[in-house]
Design a protein around this ligand. Structure first.
Ligand code: LMR
Length: 395
């Protein structure tokens, strides 16, 4: 059955982790996979998470099945976190379910949309998170791209993006990144969101918004601007969110998928299809991460502790952006990297060739994805000088 298979290339993002771990160079720097690191290069468990886990350990009294939608407490808390006091919640037009991470949410969303419209096309930004291609294809959708990031000018190709989306059929789906665009760090501003929402409404295609980094850009509310605006203006949309980054719950695999229908009845019918997709995949989502998030969001004390810890992560990433730009200048680099300080979230493209990326890895043990996408959280005051020196040498 499988003896004839040929090996597939390793995942471009995840394989870096393994290579980095076995590198013996004490100066090695990991700018690969998108995980938050503190100044010491550690990805520790948030204090609010530790407190919620302690509470759960002491109070959990059963491991009985929880159902395909996951915990209703988590689902309600996530809906409020994402949408705020939004009319779609009051109108009962939004249904959120727990999923195994943001990736699980995207896969479930893809299969749900593929059930709604078999063989439909999903338009993703060029570039987008590499795994979007594989998971939407596996879900039965055709994947096409719309222009997004201008590598030469380090800017958004907004006019080209709008021109491409203007031609998208009403039977298609358009994937948008809510904030902290992965991999470019180039986000739509509020005015651009307003234009995209107006075009979505006019054309009638279905928006699918991927919000993996709420709170990592400008703040929890600010980062949800586009999502909330879209939800206020369209009849139908799908939203995928993740608690991997903002709660640091990476390996617990907890995210959420929300569908919004044109009225309460349509949403309720659609949610039976969504739940059937889940039942036929993994039956039910893991419970631990959801319980942790539910506990944090349900307690005033833990919630404000989380806000504080999230703010520290956000500010550190933003500070790292400026730190790298200044350090490159200090190393005598004349090429303009100031765009890095203007972009948002966990990633930016350094803008060097794949050969230069490979040299950084082979000669200096600096790890980033071949496209030169850097995970900015891996920079620190301890390693930035070595990083800037290494970049200067390969330029
Ligand atoms: C990333 O893009 O590095 C993260 O979203 C982790 C992943 O699963 O790829």
């Amino acid at each position: 059955m499988f003896g004839h298979l040929t090996a597939l290339p390793a995942d471009p993002i995840l394989s870096l982790l393994a290579t980095y771990r076995i590198d013996q160079n004490p100066k090695k720097i990991d700018l690969g996979v998108g995980v938050y690191k503190n100044e010491l290069g550690q990805t520790t468990v948030l204090d609010c998470v530790k407190a919620a886990e302690k509470h759960r350990f002491e109070t959990e009294d059963s491991k009985i099945y929880i159902g395909s939608a996951g915990s209703e407490g988590f689902n309600d808390a996530m809906s409020k976190l994402i949408f705020g006091e939004h009319e779609v919640l009051a109108q009962n037009r939004a249904r959120t379910i727990s999923t195994p991470g943001g990736t699980g949410a995207l896969r479930v969303a893809g299969e749900f949309l593929s059930t709604c419209k078999p063989g439909a096309t999903i338009w993703v930004s060029d570039p987008t998170w590499a795994n979007h291609y594989g998971l939407f294809t596996a879900a039965g959708l055709k994947v096409k791209t719309y222009p997004y990031y201008d590598h030469d000018n380090k800017s958004l190709k907004f006019d080209e993006m709008m021109a491409a989306l203007a031609k998208v059929s009403k039977d298609d789906i358009v994937l948008l990144h809510a904030c902290c665009h992965n991999p470019s760090g180039m986000d739509l501003n509020n005015e651009q969101w307003q234009k995209v929402v107006a075009l979505t409404k006019e054309n009638g295609f279905t928006p699918l918004i991927d919000m993996a980094y709420q709170g990592f850009g400008d703040g929890l509310e600010e980062d949800a601007y586009g999502v909330r605006l879209m939800a206020a203006h369209v009849d139908e949309m799908v939203l995928c969110s993740s608690c991997s980054k903002n709660f640091g719950l990476y390996r617990e695999r907890i995210g959420a998928c929300t569908i919004i229908g044109k009225d309460a009845t349509a949403t309720s019918i659609a949610s039976t299809v969504l739940l059937s997709v889940v039942r036929c995949n993994y039956s039910m989502p893991p419970a631990h991460g959801a319980a942790v998030v539910e506990t944090i969001l349900g307690s005033n004390e833990l919630r404000s502790q989380w806000y504080g810890e999230l703010e520290i992560m956000r500010n550190r990433i933003n500070d790292n952006r400026t730190l790298l730009v200044d350090s490159l200048i200090a190393q005598g680099v004349t090429r303009d990297f100031s765009f890095i300080a203007k972009q948002k979230g966990m990633f930016s493209f350094l803008g060097i060739t794949p050969e230069q990326v490979q040299q950084l890895q082979d000669k200096y043990s600096v790890y980033m994805v071949g496209s030169s996408r850097m995970s900015i959280a891996g920079i620190s005051t301890n390693n930035v000088e070595y990083l800037a020196q290494s970049i200067a040498k390969v330029l």
